[in-house]
Design a protein around this ligand. Structure first.
Ligand SMILES: [Fe+2]
Length: 87
């Protein structure tokens, strides 16, 4: 299962149980899913890192690992809560 399928699947019960928008729940869950998933597809996540503007001076593995923090950073800029306790 790919990361985007997993956080979509997980977002459905959270959205329903807590009456939150699907997009908000997806945004909160995404970095946690990526944090778990990046190591299973280093090539793809390294490409995502470069597309997100992360400097490609790093190794493929380091780039893939940095995607999680970049998503947390973007979520913070957008005011997306860090977790469901913050809502
Ligand atoms: Fe969606």
């Amino acid at each position: 299962m790919q990361a985007w399928e997993l956080f979509h699947a997980l977002s459905r019960p959270f959205s329903g149980m807590y009456n939150l928008s699907h997009g908000l729940v997806c945004a909160i869950l995404l970095p946690y899913i990526v944090k778990y998933n990046w190591k299973y597809n280093i090539k793809m996540y390294s490409q995502i890192a470069i597309a997100m503007g992360i400097n490609n001076k790093f190794s493929e593995k380091e780039l893939a690992q940095k995607v999680t923090d970049k998503i947390f950073e973007l979520n913070n800029i957008l005011g997306i809560p860090l977790n469901f306790k913050k809502i």
